[in-house]
Design a protein around this ligand. Structure first.
Ligand SMILES: [Zn+2]
Length: 225
């Protein structure tokens, strides 16, 4: 599926791709490691790919690191999701939300049905990167975990991981809305927050286990007692 989409994007007229490039439009395809679909198209308006790469990393790598509980919660949703999900990655949203599901697909190459996508339907959402970065999803828990990582490389790693789990949980949250448009917000939110909480707790647990065998000064012993 990802290959079909990549081929389709490359097969468009040269001038179209050139104008798109000049306008700063970039597309990064990402697929979950354990499933064919959905394929995610990260659409950004920035010359720098750093933010899009964070989202891609979350899908391609971090998803696989989450515990079975997290996978199970979204198994059915991902199964029923559109085959192609376009994520318009922005810095901010006017409304201040973290993300939205779009009723209509607006991203140009995907707004009309294409033979290349076969029977896959297309869904679209936006994610406001800067908002996600500053969002306190689980304030108490996050502060408690944070205090265990003393400033240093481990803490930086923890913060990067935290951001990618947030991005992943929002992607899954909006996908849930796509699959179940009638589902109430609190139900959808509870599921995505639980995903985030469990993924983060699991990460810290693994980090702790590996560090207890070494004298890692970036990890606070106090936080453990
Ligand atoms: Zn929602």
């Amino acid at each position: 599926m990802a290959e079909c989409v990549a081929r389709f994007l490359a097969s468009r007229p040269r001038t179209v791709r050139w104008l798109e490039w000049l306008a700063g439009r970039r597309y990064r395809l990402a697929a979950f490691p354990d499933r064919e679909r959905p394929v995610v198209v990260i659409a950004s308006r920035e010359r720098s790919s750093a933010r899009a790469e964070q989202v891609a990393h979350a899908i391609e790598h971090d998803w696989a690191e989450t515990p079975p509980l997290c996978h199970d919660a979204y198994e059915e949703i991902l199964e029923q999701a559109p085959g192609l999900i376009v994520v318009q990655l922005r810095r901010k949203n006017v409304c201040g939300c973290l993300g939205h599901r779009h009723v209509l697909v607006k991203e140009l190459p995907f707004s009309e049905p294409q033979d290349a996508f076969g029977d896959a339907s297309v869904g679209e959402m936006d994610i406001a990167f800067d908002r996600v970065e500053s969002w306190l999803a689980q304030p108490l828990m996050e502060t408690a975990l944070d205090s265990q990582f003393i400033a240093g490389s481990r803490r930086k790693e923890f913060h990067d991981q935290q951001l990618r789990f947030r991005l992943l949980s929002i992607l899954l949250h909006e996908t849930h809305h796509m699959v179940a448009p009638q589902a109430p917000e609190d139900v959808v939110r509870e599921r995505s927050l639980t995903f985030y909480r469990e993924a983060l707790a699991h990460y810290v647990e693994v980090a702790r286990a590996t560090m207890s065998f070494t004298i890692d000064r970036s990890f606070s012993r106090l936080g453990k007692e």
